[in-house]
Design a protein around this ligand. Structure first.
Ligand code: NAG
Ligand code: NAG
Ligand code: NAG
Ligand code: NAG
Ligand code: NAG
Length: 789
């Protein structure tokens, strides 16, 4: 053992301890990391042989620890580094808080673990690691985020921090008595960072670790959000408001526009009763209610018990939402409320012309607690610390996935949305969603219904407008649900993420129906944690206005102009933005110019299911006979047998009959919700795990081919266009970026591709004799001998 440790020390060459840390703190070294692969911690942590030995017969691949750089190469590397100094990029208003040098970032790839030496810094915006990446020229990330580098973690993106003490991993929080030799950071976007502090000066370790813990975990005041520093610093330099086509729903005009678009303006009206938030701080300044609702009713219970319009269906039926009254009340109040609600229901439930169905999401649906518990189990499947953990959990992965219940929660949301659609579309009833504050599950269900029913919501601007309408103006508490201020862990529930995951299911089942790609959804989910944009950093429009407005009064300046996440150019160059748009999106055929013929309207009608269930298409198999029996017995008897059965049958009938037809991408879109059809959002969840990579595979490869083809078509088109000029057409720069020769993998466009050339320099001569990759992989598992170096 001692021998192995000694040879390890010889192999892992280190410069003498520096007198002046400045001299070499930026030196980038690839270093052998001394990590035990698994099993009981060895007495001697510095055992190199441990991870590599283990006998040739072991099944699970183990990380092998091989240096990329031989000791004699280090000096030459040092020179290169001096030229290519890594600097910290600060955003306007961003301040450096603390830093530590000689930190090793441990990287795991298919060849095992290695380290990169650099500096770890913490600012009031992010944690950043400054060290040279071993990127090869043709392997540059093509999909760079302009704000967040590969080694940056915004403070809000940090999920959990662990320290490793004597090989034992413990969560870190509060004041520490002892400082860890290694820091493991789990991020909310499912990245995992390992920073080894073994070679860092003790006082620097103390400063950086306590700094990071404090700035990511201690409760924060809203005013302390980086958003405000950034907006203040940026104020002089920015020209006002980018023009974007996303409807923000912060003016009454936007609501009028939406009412007109959905033809809801006959029965519903936009009101400004809450201008200046006089009535209620939960509701937006402008919203839409039934025409027949007296305006004074709105202020009766501060907006509670009021049906608020979400959307109107082509047949005139509307989707509405309402915040319920608080539960515990004395008797007289209860009577008053009951009378009030009776009056309200009468204004919208008016048979035989209008019927209303209510759906109480607070009591009969998923609870927020369930969502929270489920996601916290689910995310653990992807927060993988190392390769051995990956392979160890591989065997029971599916049972872990199932017991997390996350996919089932997605299924239940999709199913509930289909049930609501059945009521709107087939039964011709209005649907009123009820929830305590109408701002969590209401947002999910109403948005899903609109994505499935309204093709406009499947365009990029339409989808963004939908999020503005239902989530931002709908008062979803992003600040609390994302726990951005770390004030109450219990309030942290990934409701919006659940919605995005549901939409992803639809996107992957019907790609041509969506103008955006899954990459768009993934970067949108990442944007939840970037405190540059105001979009996801307030609990309500009132809270935003109050905090931006007040500031302007105090300093007698213009109100702060905060960025919106919908301005994608802030994060991505236009080249990278190509990946957010679906090249296969089938655009809606343009309506005929002659308005009299109105084929557009006819077209829409035709797409939806017939309103009369008599005409519904032939059903298959079991349900056909079932339907027959029901017809024989008559509706009443079947109702006697079981009324909830009938409800289920309505759903089943609707669902099956829709799926028996050809999909129209511009019509109603219902997801498949049977077992295997609900999938794990692989791009978001697996993109940082090299073991899960599919080389040259995944839909990404297909997408790339399509993009290549489109580029060719475009360039040919351009050549035709420019034929008259008889000049050579300048090369297109739009898509050419995607045509890097590097092989694509399922990690694209997020993590870098692991390639042959990034394999370790084997310290034996066996490298050249290795036949192909498979052999190499086998060899690696058994790869042993470091002794003779
Ligand atoms: C890998 O991760 C697991 C779980 O965190 C840990 O128990 C194990 O010690 C780690 N192994 C190595 C080689 O770091
Ligand atoms: C904006 O510019 C004015 C004058 O040009 C200057 O006095 C002020 O300090 C600047 N404000 C910020 C936040 O930079
Ligand atoms: C509803 O809002 C109130 C007041 O903001 C809050 O105390 C309560 O926790 C919210 N309920 C839910 C279920 O979010
Ligand atoms: C629907 O079917 C019922 C009997 O099954 C029939 O009485 C009714 O007229 C039919 N409606 C239409 C519009 O065909
Ligand atoms: C009828 O519905 C109830 C719930 O409403 C259910 O518990 C029962 O099992 C059902 N009966 C049959 C025969 O399906």
């Amino acid at each position: 053992m001692g021998g192995a440790a000694a040879s390890a020390a010889a192999w892992c060459w280190w410069p003498p301890l520096p007198e002046e840390p400045e001299l070499w703190r930026l030196v980038v070294l690839a270093v052998v990391l001394l990590l035990p692969s698994r099993g009981p911690a060895p007495e001697d942590g510095e055992m190199l042989g441990k991870g590599v030995g283990g006998g040739g017969g072991s099944k699970a691949p183990k990380p092998s620890f091989v240096s990329y750089v031989r000791p004699e190469e280090i000096h030459t590397n040092e020179k290169e580094v001096a030229e290519k100094e890594v600097t910290l990029h600060l955003l306007p208003g961003e301040q450096l808080l603390c830093e530590a040098s000689t930190v090793l970032k441990c990287i795991q790839d298919d060849s095992g673990q290695h380290g990169i030496c650099g500096k770890l810094v913490c600012t009031d915006f992010k944690i950043a690691f400054l060290g040279e990446e071993s990127t090869l020229d043709d392997n540059e990330p093509q999909f760079k985020n302009k704000l967040i580098g590969e080694n940056d973690i915004t403070l809000h993106c940090v999920d959990q921090i662990y320290g490793v003490f004597d090989e034992k991993k413990k969560p870190l929080f509060g004041q520490l008595k002892k400082y860890p030799e290694k820091l493991i950071i789990h991020c909310k976007d499912l990245r995992v960072f390992h920073f080894c502090l073994r070679y860092t000066k003790e006082e620097e370790v103390k400063r950086i670790v306590s700094g990071i813990i404090h700035h990511t975990q201690a409760p924060k005041l809203l005013k302390r959000l980086f958003l405000f520093s950034y907006a203040t610093a940026k104020q002089n330099s920015t020209a006002t408001g980018p023009t974007h086509q996303t409807v923000m729903f912060d003016t009454i005009k936007d609501w009028h526009w939406e009412l007109e678009r959905t033809k809801g303006n006959i029965k519903y009206k936009a009101v400004s009763a809450n201008e200046g938030y006089k009535v209620c701080e939960k509701l937006p300044a402008y919203f839409v209610v039934p025409v027949s609702l007296p305006e004074e009713d709105i202020s009766c219970f501060q907006g509670r018990g009021i049906p608020i319009w979400c959307w109107s269906c082509h047949n005139g039926c509307a989707l509405l939402k309402m915040s319920a009254f608080p539960k515990e009340q004395d008797e007289s109040n209860l009577q008053i409320q009951k009378a009030f609600l009776d009056g309200i229901y009468k204004t919208i439930h008016n048979p035989p012309y209008e019927t209303l169905k209510t759906e109480d999401l607070s009591n009969s649906f998923i609870s927020l607690q369930e969502i929270q518990t489920s996601y916290s189990k689910f995310k653990q499947l992807f927060l993988i610390d190392n390769s051995s953990e990956f392979w160890d959990t591989d065997v029971k992965w599916f049972s872990l996935l199932e017991s997390s219940n996350w996919l089932d929660i997605i299924r239940r949301c999709l199913k509930k949305a289909i049930e609501v659609i059945e009521c709107l579309e087939v039964q011709n009833t209005n649907v009123l969603l009820i929830e305590e504050n109408a701002s969590d599950l209401c947002c999910i269900i109403s948005s899903l219904v609109q994505v499935m029913m309204d093709p406009y919501c499947r365009t990029r601007f339409g989808f963004q407008s939908l999020i503005q309408k239902e989530w931002i103006m709908g008062g979803h508490c992003f600040l609390d649900r994302c726990n951005h201020l770390r004030q109450n862990d219990k309030e942290e529930v990934p409701v919006f993420l659940l919605f995005l995951d549901c939409v992803w299911q639809l996107v992957q089942q019907y790609p041509p129906a969506f103008e955006f790609t899954e990459t768009y959804l993934t970067v949108l989910s990442d944007s939840l944690y970037i405190p540059i944009f105001s979009t996801f950093f307030f609990n309500s429009p009132y809270q935003k206005d109050a905090n931006v407005g007040k500031e302007s009064q105090d300093s007698q300046n213009k109100p702060l102009s905060l960025l919106t996440v919908w301005d994608w150019s802030v994060q991505f160059e236009s080249k990278a933005q190509i990946l957010l748009n679906n090249p296969l999106y089938v655009e809606k055929p343009k309506p005929d110019r002659n308005p009299r013929r109105a084929p557009h309207f006819k077209h829409q009608r035709q797409l939806s299911l017939p309103l009369n269930p008599n005409k519904s298409s032939p059903k298959r198999g079991f349900f056909e006979t079932d339907h027959l029996i029901k017809n024989l017995l008559g509706k009443r008897i079947s109702k006697l047998i079981n009324s909830s059965d009938e409800l289920h049958d309505n759903f089943r009938e609707f669902y099956d009959s829709w799926h028996s037809k050809i999909v129209d991408y511009h019509g109603l879109l219902l997801p498949h919700i049977e077992g295997p059809e609900i999938k794990v959002w692989a791009q978001r969840c697996l993109r940082w795990i090299p073991e899960a990579q599919i080389l040259g595979g995944s839909p990404v490869a297909i997408m790339n081919k399509v993009l290549e083809m489109m580029e060719e078509v475009q360039s040919l088109q351009k050549k035709i266009d420019e034929k008259h000029n008889s000049l050579m057409a300048p090369p297109l720069d739009g898509l050419s970026l995607l045509r890097k020769p590097a092989r694509l993998s399922s990690l694209f466009p997020f993590a870098l591709l692991q390639r042959h050339s990034s394999k370790p320099v084997l310290p034996t001569n066996s490298w050249k004799t290795l036949g192909d990759e498979e052999d190499l992989a086998k060899q690696e598992d058994e790869f042993v001998d470091l002794g003779d170096v």
